[in-house]
Design a protein around this ligand. Structure first.
Ligand code: PGA
Length: 251
């Protein structure tokens, strides 16, 4: 049985004061979500705060990105794996569509980030997803396979066991428009089969999260799908009661 993971991607939101309030509201309720893994993903400057407030709770934390550079050095604006480990991160998101689009990250860069994360004991949450134009042209699976194959071809077989995939259709992110249950299950099943072709055991243990306008109203339906193993939640993760409702839907 795969244990579901619900991760809250705060994106560029939060402040010291708001984060304390949000984290305290979540940790007060933590006894309600023992059967689900929960992770908070704040912006880099708040990782120290996350570590301070979440150590010895049921909740984990992680970062929104990592450098493609394996070692520290002269890379202005970049954050290394070793720095994330200094703040006891367990997870790191790589290849979020906002980074692929705004920062022109390539499939290979995303795969390199995933590899560096795993080599440092971090679990990469690797985002893949198609645009609306690609979906309408019938290219959904070919786009997702191209993005996923870059990762599969970069990692060694043992490293595949540490991968977390997140299917995030770009047209569903922050739009209030979630993919339908059928669309989600179809893609998740296809992604699992893609990984199974390389390593059947890794595919059975693989957590595939869905992301894109997950909210209390649609969480139960999405989290009940056979190949959905959790959620990557943006907007709704900033509201304690909504995030808790989504966690409970995954429990
Ligand atoms: P959303 O974002 O839940 O606000 O749609 C999801 C994501 O981008 O990870």
């Amino acid at each position: 049985m795969r244990k579901k993971l619900v991760a809250g991607n705060w994106k560029m939101n939060g402040s010291l004061t708001e984060n304390t309030a949000l984290i305290n509201s979540l940790t007060r309720q933590q006894s309600r979500f023992k059967t689900v893994q929960v992770a908070l993903i704040p912006p880099f400057p708040y990782l120290f705060q996350a570590q301070q407030l979440l150590t010895s709770t049921n909740l984990s934390w992680g970062a929104q990105d990592i450098s493609t550079e394996p070692q520290v050095g002269a890379f202005t604006g970049e954050v290394s794996a070793s720095m994330l480990l200094d703040f006891a991160c367990q997870y790191v998101i790589v290849g979020h569509s906002e980074r692929r689009q705004r920062h022109h990250e390539t499939d290979q860069e995303v795969a390199t980030k995933a590899k560096i994360a795993i080599e440092n004991g971090l679990k990469p949450i690797i985002c893949v997803g198609e645009s609306l134009v690609e979906r309408e042209k019938g290219e959904t699976l070919s786009v997702l396979y191209r993005q996923t194959d870059a990762v599969l071809n970069t990692l060694s077989l043992p490293q595949l066991q540490h991968v977390i995939l997140a299917y995030e259709p770009i047209w569903a992110i922050g739009t209030g428009k979630s993919a339908t249950a059928q669309q989600v299950q179809e893609v998740h099943q296809a992604l699992r089969q893609r990984v199974a072709a390389m390593d059947w055991v890794a595919a059975q243990g693989l957590n595939i999260l869905y992301g894109g306008s997950v909210k209390p109203a649609n969480a139960l339906e999405l989290m009940s799908l056979p190949d959905v193993d959790g959620a990557l939640v943006g907007g709704a993760s900033l509201v304690a009661e909504d995030f808790i409702a989504i966690i409970e839907a995954a429990a």
